[in-house]
Design a protein around this ligand. Structure first.
Ligand SMILES: [Zn+2]
Length: 194
């Protein structure tokens, strides 16, 4: 029996992984739901978040997150997404920065000189999210954060790590959203030239 079945509305993440620990951040920020028969990516439900944290080994099976924990987690997810939007030219959102500073305290992040790491002292969901916030913070320091972008497709919430040399990537995957955009642009050109 599958002990961690994927909730029915959780969309499959087809975006290529980001390097190392950054993949933890990318996967978290890309979480979204998709309702059959509709086009849009929706923010992840509580079920999706819980499933993913367990799938990545960040949350034990006997830890049952409360609705409050999950609302808090969604807040951190959106705050990190707003830092991604900043990479794409949007102005910084002071509310999101405050939320992340607060999250560092709430997850009891502390410096481990010996292990050369940031560690989350909190347990359960807070500890899990603390690990993600720690990776995000270090990525901002070393500049690797700047490559995170949101897919340019208006119906896609996926976040990708732009590996292109000149940072010109626009789509979560060339195969899916990239191709759809190419086909759209082609049809547009056909129409205007006709
Ligand atoms: Zn996409």
């Amino acid at each position: 029996m599958d002990t961690n079945p994927k909730p029915p509305n959780t969309d499959v993440d087809t975006t290529p992984p980001a390097p190392g620990d950054l993949e933890l951040v990318r996967g978290f920020l890309s979480l979204h739901d998709h309702v059959e028969g509709t086009r849009d990516s929706l923010p992840p439900s509580s079920e999706t978040i819980t499933w993913w944290l367990r799938d990545r080994g960040l949350l034990a099976f006997d830890e049952a997150p409360t609705e409050g924990d999950l609302r808090w987690t969604t807040g951190i997810l959106e705050a990190l997404r707003s830092r991604v939007h900043e990479n794409m030219g949007q102005p910084p959102d002071p509310g999101s920065i405050d939320a992340l500073d607060r999250a560092a305290r709430e997850t009891e992040l502390s410096v481990d000189f010996g292990g050369k790491a940031l560690r989350a002292g909190a347990s359960g969901v807070r500890g899990a999210v603390g690990r993600i916030v720690a990776v995000a913070f270090l990525a901002e320091l070393d500049g690797s954060w700047d490559r995170f972008k949101e897919c340019s497709s208006p119906t896609c919430r996926a976040v990708f790590w732009d590996r292109s040399k000149n940072r010109s990537g626009r789509w979560c995957t060339m195969k899916d959203c990239g191709n759809r955009a190419k086909v759209r642009a082609y049809r547009e050109r056909e129409r205007t030239s006709a």
